[in-house]
Design a protein around this ligand. Structure first.
Ligand SMILES: NC(=O)C1=CN([C@@H]2O[C@H](COP(=O)(O)OP(=O)(O)OC[C@H]3O[C@@H](n4cnc5c(N)ncnc54)[C@H](O)[C@@H]3O)[C@@H](O)[C@H]2O)C=CC1
Ligand SMILES: NCC(=O)COP(=O)(O)O
Length: 334
């Protein structure tokens, strides 16, 4: 596997993803980065590199040729389509190439041509507008990994060092969260977390904290009954299955460092309950990892940052951390 490149999907052309890919490639030697290839639109990437005044070569290749090319030119697996270079301005015309770059990068990773996938941010609103029917990468990747069979349960995890936060429900309206939460979904999600922390992060016996849904985890049922009726029974099921899970714990105090540091992951009930704490303390460094897939996928924690696209001013730190984590998670695989 070490002789395979990482696959990077180019993300939303109007956002900072392409800028960061190009800037990071320009610093590949200084940062001692593992070789990667970019699934993207070569002419567009050349245009953005020129805007950013980056003096780099871009070579259109296939994944197999990427390792040799990486030293002298950024290897690009060229995606067909029309991709205008307008930082901060989405184009319906580019949606096809954005989606195809993810699809082709997943195929290359599933077939072993690449060793892991790192995705640059997409603009979900722009893709929905163009007819994309998946809420985000996380759910789309599960469908692509199904390869005609049953899709795995994809689990989003934001990680920075020992702080790992997982939402049980992901890209759903907040009003739907209580109805979507079920004992089975919590059990299945925590099982995936426990499995992948063992297999992919080398944590022999993961300790998992499960947050309650309601303030103060429902205060014994007085402030909402979901914690009593759904979360607590799920935690009991997990404990009976030999998983070191505790909860429901009050979500507001759970992210106090002396509290979360007792656990290898915190499983929260909805997107913002998990992501706000980690983005507050580690926005520039945290990485988004999708658990539950047959491939390793990481991503920077931030989005398309249209206000910074084309300026060269976006921080590359989370993207670099995503590359390093994908590398570390697949190092030593055969
Ligand atoms: N993995 C993915 O594909 C993700 C995609 N998104 C998408 O991104 C779009 C915009 O989302 P927002 O909520 O506005 O979040 P955002 O992360 O794009 O921007 C939020 C704020 O953080 C700043 N920021 C973001 N990245 C930065 C960087 N690397 N360096 C310095 N400052 C940075 C932006 O300038 C902005 O002020 C949405 O469509 C969302 O769905 C959001 C998160 C992840
Ligand atoms: N806020 C993180 C996020 O929405 C990332 O979603 P995905 O595109 O990685 O599924």
């Amino acid at each position: 596997m070490m002789d395979k490149p990482l696959a990077i999907s180019m993300g939303e052309p109007a956002g900072v993803g392409p800028d960061l890919i190009l800037q990071i490639y320009a610093r590949r030697a200084e940062l001692k980065l593992p070789p990667f290839c970019v699934f993207g639109h070569a002419e567009f990437l050349k245009s953005r590199a020129a805007k950013l005044e980056l003096d780099i070569e871009i070579g259109s290749v296939d994944p197999a040729a990427s390792l040799a090319t990486f030293v002298d030119a950024m290897p690009v697996i060229d995606i067909d389509g029309l991709v205008p270079d307008h930082p901060g301005k989405t184009s319906m015309a580019a949606a096809g190439a954005v989606i195809a770059s993810i699809e082709q990068a997943v195929t290359a990773t599933l077939t072993g041509a690449c060793r892991a996938l790192v995705t640059a941010p997409i603009h979900k609103g722009a893709l929905y507008h163009a007819g994309f029917s998946h809420p985000g990468h996380t759910e789309f990747l599960a469908e692509l990994c199904a390869r005609g069979g049953k899709a795995p349960l994809p689990v989003m995890m934001l990680a920075h060092g020992g702080l790992r936060a997982v939402p049980v429900t992901i890209h759903v309206p907040i009003k739907d969260v209580p109805g979507l939460l079920s004992r089975q979904l919590i059990v299945d999600t925590v099982r995936v977390v426990a499995h992948d922390l063992k297999q992919r992060f080398g944590i022999a016996e993961p300790r998992i904290a499960v947050a309650g849904l309601n303030p103060h985890a429902g205060e014994g049922g007085a402030i909402g009954r979901e914690d009593l009726e759904i979360v607590a029974p799920a935690v009991q099921d997990l404990q009976l299955a030999g998983i070191d899970a505790v909860g429901p714990l009050p979500a507001d105090t759970l992210f106090y460092p002396l509290y979360w540091e007792r656990y290898d992951a915190v499983v929260a009930m909805y997107h913002d309950q998990a992501l706000i704490p980690i983005k507050t303390v580690a926005f520039e460094d945290a990485v988004n990892v999708t658990l539950g897939l047959p491939i390793v996928r990481t991503s920077p924690d931030h989005g398309t940052a249209f206000d910074l696209a084309g300026t060269g001013k976006a921080s590359p730190k989370s993207f670099i951390a995503a590359i390093r984590l994908a590398d570390a998670m697949t190092r030593g695989q055969d």
